[in-house]
Design a binder for this molecule. Structure first.
Ligand code: COA
Length: 477
């Protein structure tokens, strides 16, 4: 097992860290008159905001997740104060520890950036002594989160009935690729979900192939959905006293994010989609929502335009929206004041067939300035624009460091690295980003301090080989 080292915190968060105490949430007695009675409100805290613990203090998570979708979810819960115990396979751990390795011998950024603020215990779930530890964890945790392939949890013996009997308060939360139906048994990764959820068919240019997006809407997007399901189930449990199953299928999560494209699918039955560039270009629509290039999904014509430096600088571009309410200041800025009143340009409807001409003129103007100069000029008159920021620019952006959205974290093996902190900011639950755990770093601590195993029991479990890698097992046998 890796040597235990003190956790390093990201520098950007000065808030005081409360001790990692785990208070089990007591089941509320059922209300006598109305089963739907609201939980009794506690007294209003007199402590300063940010000094009265964290939102999920007292919640303990049995984190059986791996790769990206599940870990995204449990990382968020950890940032809100939950005690997240990550169960990993002895010797190997989460497969991402060894994927896309940049620093030899260190956990990859893939792993470290998705597993902040967690504790790690290694357990072979298929070993009887491993199951003994898992049983104890199930009894002492509030939520089990997993994203194994369909059926894998059941094959371990951890069926819903088994878990619910052992701990009726346990919430069992799962990410799967597909919900019940013809594909429910399929294994799924990010891009499979983007394709199956309707994102790929509606992303890209009309005359090109479908495209996947760089944002991990299938994995991280579904993890985010699952986190909301879990906190809602925790809230309902205060009233009902019992756990429930929470399922987020990646296909569903992607479709939820691609909702506007299903909107457009239905609008097609009533005529062409006039805000799509292809309408202005006179190209007929088919029977499915087409790919719309960089058109805006909100109905206002928008394009990505070159700025000074493009195309040599691949990111010297800006997203420009010709929103109807700011048409007049746009005309003034680009030096076409007559377009404000000229009937050929004055109304959104009149502009639709001329979007190529209009954006070409706006681009003549944007190309005279850097993307940041365009942004300043436009925002000065309330025209919303989006500079295309590279990851390098984002990593160096001071305001993102100041808010803790980009944090520098210290790791005992890899040294300092950048991570994305909690994007959800709360005034009374301040996030401090801690480094990810080494494989099995907290095994002893969890066995003794969380689960209360005696020294002799710990020795028995360890000697059985249930917590160690196969080669150590052979020695132990
Ligand atoms: N001890 C013993 N066995 C363990 C273990 C542990 N601590 N942790 C995992 N395993 C076993 C599982 O029981 C399973 O064994 P089985 O198939 O014999 O029952 C095996 O490891 C593999 O697990 P699986 O989830 O199938 O991993 P995989 O690498 O084959 O597939 C995914 C990976 C992501 C495709 C799959 O897990 C999946 O489809 N998950 C749901 C969708 C999802 O989250 N996808 C996105 C991931 S970012």
């Amino acid at each position: 097992m890796a040597k235990k080292t003190k956790k390093a915190k990201a520098k950007t968060k000065p808030a005081k860290k409360p001790a990692r105490k785990v208070v089990k949430l007591a089941a509320k007695k059922p209300a006598k008159k109305s089963a739907a009675a609201k939980p009794t409100a506690p007294r209003v805290s007199k402590k300063p905001f940010g000094m009265d613990g964290k939102a999920l203090d007292g919640v303990r998570i049995l984190d059986f997740t791996h790769v990206q979708s599940g870990p995204t979810c449990t990382q968020l819960l950890a940032w809100f104060g939950a005690d997240v115990i990550k169960v990993e396979r002895p010797g190997v751990g989460d497969i991402t520890r060894g994927q896309l390795v940049d620093v030899k011998g260190a956990d990859s950024l893939y792993f470290t950036m998705l597993n902040h603020n967690k504790r790690s215990i290694t357990i072979d779930s298929k070993h009887p002594q491993g199951m003994r530890v898992l049983n104890a964890l199930i009894k002492s945790c509030d939520v089990l989160v997993e994203n194994f392939a369909p059926g894998a949890l059941d094959r371990m013996g951890l069926t819903w009935d088994y878990i619910h009997k052992l701990n009726p308060r346990m919430i069992v939360a799962s990410v799967k690729g597909f919900g019940p139906g013809p594909y429910e048994d399929c294994k799924v990764y990010e891009n499979v979900a983007q394709c199956a959820g309707g994102s790929a068919s509606t992303t890209g240019f009309r005359d090109g192939p479908p495209l996947v997006t760089g944002a991990q809407i299938g994995d991280s997007g579904t993890g985010l959905h699952l986190a909301l399901g879990i906190v809602s189930a925790l809230y309902q449990r205060i009233r009902t006293g019992r756990g429930q199953k929470v399922l987020c299928a990646m296909q569903d999560g992607v479709l939820n994010l691609a909702r506007v494209k299903l909107r457009d699918q239905q609008r097609l039955a009533h005529g062409p989609l006039t805000e799509y560039s292809q309408y202005g270009e006179g190209i007929p629509f088919g029977d499915a929502t087409p790919r719309a290039g960089n058109d805006s999904g909100g109905g206002q014509p928008g394009r990505i335009l070159k700025c000074k430096g493009a195309p040599e600088d691949p990111n010297a571009y800006i997203y420009f929206i010709t929103q109807a309410p700011v048409w007049a200041p746009i005309c003034d800025l680009i030096g076409e004041p007559t377009w404000k009143t000229d009937p050929e340009f004055a109304t959104p409807r009149a502009r639709l067939p001329k979007l190529n001409q209009i954006f070409a003129r706006i681009e003549e103007w944007t190309m005279t300035m850097t993307k940041f100069e365009v942004m300043n000029a436009c925002n000065a008159v309330d025209i919303p624009v989006g500079p295309i920021l590279s990851m390098k620019e984002i990593a160096e952006e001071e305001s993102l460091r100041a808010t803790g959205t980009v944090v520098e974290v210290d790791h005992p093996v890899r040294g300092k690295y950048l991570s994305v902190g909690n994007p959800i900011k709360m005034t009374d639950s301040i996030t401090e980003v801690e480094r990810s755990p080494l494989l099995g770093e907290h095994t002893d601590e969890i066995l003794t301090k969380v689960l209360g195993f005696k020294a002799s029991e710990v020795a028995e479990i360890k000697n059985s080989g249930a917590l160690s890698a196969p080669e150590k097992k052979e020695k132990a046998a």
